[in-house]
Design a protein around this ligand. Structure first.
Ligand code: Z16
Length: 829
């Protein structure tokens, strides 16, 4: 009653007795509130972008509530956590995904419509968070969605990029790279934690003091930067759980280079300190080649060091002995990029916590897990010893010590087989002495994963054969998966509704196993009608995008044939383009009667080339040159069109994939570790035209050969074909289309010469010539199938129905059980 002193908690309850409400009036209130007070625009006058910002902040408020509850719940229960370290996360947009996962999409859509806005239109205002390159990065994003949805106590860690992956701009058919100023308009999805900061140190020397093993050594670093946490809440679907993706931004530090303060050169001291921010400014745009750059190494150590400090701080808050560490912590290395974490944890345990080498080593061996995404020895990261020694002298020592003990142990086990010892050593002697990060990661992880069955086979029989023979039990594989929340529910709402209608439940969104239930309706005529309508809606959406972008009108009756992914020789976009030239050439040479039988095609290609990858850039140019010729040939009309979609990214993918009738996955067998694009197409009912490589091998088992178009040499046939060199027979049709390019039929004769030289005269490493005939046969089979629309629709339904195994929910479940040893920890509603 009046005058009585209330407790603080009572007062808080009085003021705020529950969570934000999701009825239309509350939502509208919140949005207007954010227009006025967050965006600082008048509620009587704000545009779509401002509406998006206000909307995003209203969603963010709701994410924060759940984030708090989840973190408190985790803290109370103290389960074993999985810390997912990855240098790349390709999150894309957050708005639609968040409102869907929060279960308030329709409420927001209603609330907005009364205010005169459309949710879909506002969602388009959001820029992509492109903190990554390609498959590996999007995989991390899909896995975060699954970890949240399946209630796993997970934290993702990375550094905060100021600029995302470059924006691809096409001028005259050539790729140009522009900076992506994605943070210029603010990022409502991140929460700045000004108090969660850690110093990260570089350079300097290691003193000779305290040389005994028990106490470790003293590193006197020379430079310090501050890592500041930016938290990105990741909501699960159908659960209150909202996990954290913590990104570290580099900021100048007070401790940095203390001398410069005292020399009186204030301006230079400030400028130099400001340079710290460069560490988290840029993302390396090469998705497969490592050049031993200092900035890259700094980025890796920067985020690893801050994350390790954060993890250890959290652990020490609740535990008194490090012996419990492996029961509470699983540290996952997503490729070798974060593998300095091994040396960093070792350094902290030995030098700072004084556990002694052996105790620390035992802990290390029980917390790290590792997934590799590559198939080629050139794909493996190597860090020059000189570079590492100058930037992180203590870490280099630790790695040397780990290696010394390992090699001694190895000699006892395998004897003095020097070749094998050299292959397995973490330190590679050679022109440039370097650290083999994969060897370090395998040695120190208790589980090593491949990303598909074939990939794993290549790891254990080729790439890491020596290690496999030593520790077969370490090696596992988890076939990649993608999240159906993003790749069906967000990107293809019409298909989502149709699936739920025919399954009679929305449970498949959380439990993908239900999807198989579509199989029993695969021949149902009524479903066929509705299925075709959905595809049409998505093709219209895509056709409108193509027209808006390029002015090109495409026919909806044509087969939409899509190949979108990073441009790489091994992915063979060139094979696709040569196939298109062949098709063009054939149509040109047909008479009227034959032309009537041609199945019209719209060929769509998209993807970025690494800025320094000349051949990939030439492939992009060739695509444009061929498109120019075909699209302007009135003799061809709607029978064939070729479109290059610029700046392929997550949000463009959300538009393109649902609109595809067929998609191409053409990697030379044995080169694609897994491939995840195919899984997204599959979920959206697109038929696959593919080589028997990577995850396709397992897709065949689910969908059946009869429902796909397969071609090309198999993994075990590739090396024999290569060995034939110039003696390898290539079909006349192949030579003919290459000749057209050589002769300047599409212009730029000199520029394209090297592309042609690369694939002829025994130089054809990726076997375009060898696979050409069977590629054309597969294309012909696709044409034939398309003519029978009922059969095609059935195949399409069966593709979606069989895609369940390729949900990242399944992948993450396997990781949880077989690799990380973690349990769900569900936040009560
Ligand atoms: C990457 O995206 C991949 C491998 C790699 O070594 C580096 C990068 Cl940036 C890809 C694989 O090429 C692809 O097959 C796989 O599906 C994907 O990683 C996810 O595992």
């Amino acid at each position: 009653s009046f005058g009585e002193k209330k407790s603080k908690v009572e007062r808080i309850f009085e003021l705020m007795d529950g969570f934000l409400k999701n009825d239309p009036t509350s939502l509208q209130n919140d949005i207007l509130h954010h227009v006025e007070y967050t965006v600082a625009r008048s509620r009587f006058s704000f545009d779509d972008f401002e509406a998006y910002q206000a909307l995003a902040h209203s969603v963010r408020d709701r994410l924060i509530e759940r984030w708090h509850d989840t973190q408190m719940h985790f803290k109370r229960k103290d389960p074993k956590r999985i810390y997912f370290l990855s240098l790349e996360f390709l999150m894309g947009r957050s708005l639609s995904n968040s409102v869907i996962n929060l279960g308030i999409r329709d409420q927001f859509a209603d609330a907005l419509s009364q205010l005169g806005f459309e949710l879909e239109v506002l969602a388009e205002q959001e820029g992509d968070a492109a903190l990554g390159n390609g498959g590996l990065a999007r995989l991390s994003a899909c896995q975060m969605d699954s970890l949240a949805t399946l209630d796993y106590p997970a934290v993702g860690y990375d550094y905060a990029n100021q600029y995302g992956l470059f924006r691809q701009v096409i001028l005259d058919g050539f790729q140009h790279e522009h900076l992506d100023f994605w943070l210029n308009f603010g990022n409502p999805w991140e929460i700045e934690r000004v108090h969660v900061t850690y110093p990260v140190k570089f350079y300097g020397t290691v003193t000779d003091e305290l040389l005994n093993e028990e106490n470790g050594k003293v590193w006197v670093p020379k430079r310090t930067v501050e890592a500041v946490a930016y938290d990105n809440p990741i909501p699960g679907y159908g659960t209150r759980n909202t996990i954290n993706l913590r990104l570290w931004a580099a900021k100048p530090s007070d401790q940095h280079n203390m001398e410069s303060y005292n020399t009186g050169d204030y301006i230079n001291a400030v400028v130099e300190r400001q340079r710290a921010e460069n560490i988290s400014s840029i993302l390396y745009p090469d998705d497969r080649s490592y050049q031993g750059k200092e900035l890259r190494l700094k980025q890796q150590y920067f985020f690893v060091s801050a994350s390790v400090q954060d993890i250890i701080r959290r652990f020490k808050d609740a535990h008194s002995t490090f012996d419990d560490f492996p029961e509470k912590v699983a540290l996952h290395l997503n490729d070798t990029h974060p593998s300095l974490a091994i040396a960093e944890v070792m350094r902290v345990l030995v030098d700072e916590e004084h556990l002694g080498w052996n105790r620390a080593w035992n802990i290390i061996c029980n917390v790290f897990t590792f997934t590799t995404h590559t198939v080629s020895p050139e794909g493996l990261e190597k860090i020059p010893v000189d570079l590492l020694g100058s930037l992180l002298p203590r870490h280099l020592q630790i790695i040397y010590d780990i290696n010394f003990k390992f090699v001694e142990e190895l000699k006892k086990r395998i004897g003095l087989d020097y070749n094998r010892l050299a292959r397995m050593s973490i330190v590679e002697e050679g022109a440039v002495k370097s650290i083999q990060m994969a060897n370090l990661s395998i040695l120190c992880s208790h589980t090593v994963n491949g990303v598909s069955r074939v990939h794993s086979k290549l790891l254990t029989t080729k790439l890491f054969k020596d290690f496999y023979e030593l520790w077969p039990e370490k090696f596992q594989y988890k076939t990649n998966g993608v999240t159906q929340r993003r790749w069906i529910v967000v990107s293809n709402p019409s298909l989502c509704a149709l699936i739920s209608k025919w399954l009679g439940t929305e449970d498949w969104i959380r439990d993908i196993d239900h999807l198989i239930g579509l199989r029993e309706h695969a021949a149902n005529g009524e479903l066929h009608q509705e299925w075709k309508m959905v595809k049409k809606v998505n093709k219209i959406r895509l056709a409108e995008y193509i027209e808006a972008m390029s002015g090109l009108k495409v026919s909806l009756d044509a087969m939409f044939d899509v190949q979108t992914k990073r441009i790489h020789e091994y992915k063979r976009q060139l094979l696709n383009i040569l196939g298109i030239i062949h098709r063009y050439d054939c149509i040109k040479n047909m008479d009227k009667n034959d032309r009537i039988k041609v199945v019209p095609r719209v060929c769509i290609i998209g993807g970025k080339a690494a800025p320094g990858y000349e051949t990939a850039k030439k492939i992009i140019k060739l695509c444009h040159a061929v498109a120019e010729k075909i699209n302007n040939d009135s003799d061809i009309g709607d029978l064939l069109k070729l479109v290059f979609i610029p700046d392929y990214n997550v949000s463009v993918a959300e538009l393109v994939i649902p609109g595809a009738d067929i998609s191409q996955h053409l990697s030379t067998a044995g080169h694609e570790a897994s491939g995840t694009g195919s899984m997204k197409f599959l979920m959206n009912g697109c038929l696959l035209l593919a080589t028997v490589d990577g995850s396709t091998v397992e897709i065949i088992e689910e969908i059946g050969e009869d429902n796909m178009f397969l071609f090309g040499a198999k993994v075990h046939e590739v090396s024999a074909l290569r060995e034939k060199g110039p003696a390898l027979k290539v079909p006349l049709q192949f030579s003919r289309v290459v000749r057209m390019v050589r002769d300047g039929y599409f212009g730029f004769k000199d520029y394209f010469k090297s592309l042609c030289d690369n694939i002829e005269g025994g130089q054809d490493y990726y076997l375009l010539g060898a696979d050409f005939t069977s590629y054309l046969e597969a294309q012909a089979a696709a044409d034939k199938a398309y003519v029978d629309q009922e059969r095609w629709t059935e195949m399409s339904i069966l593709s979606t129905a069989g895609s369940g195994r390729f949900s990242s929910d399944r992948t993450v479940e396997e990781y949880a059980q077989k690799t990380w040893g973690i349990q769900p920890c569900r936040c009560p509603f």
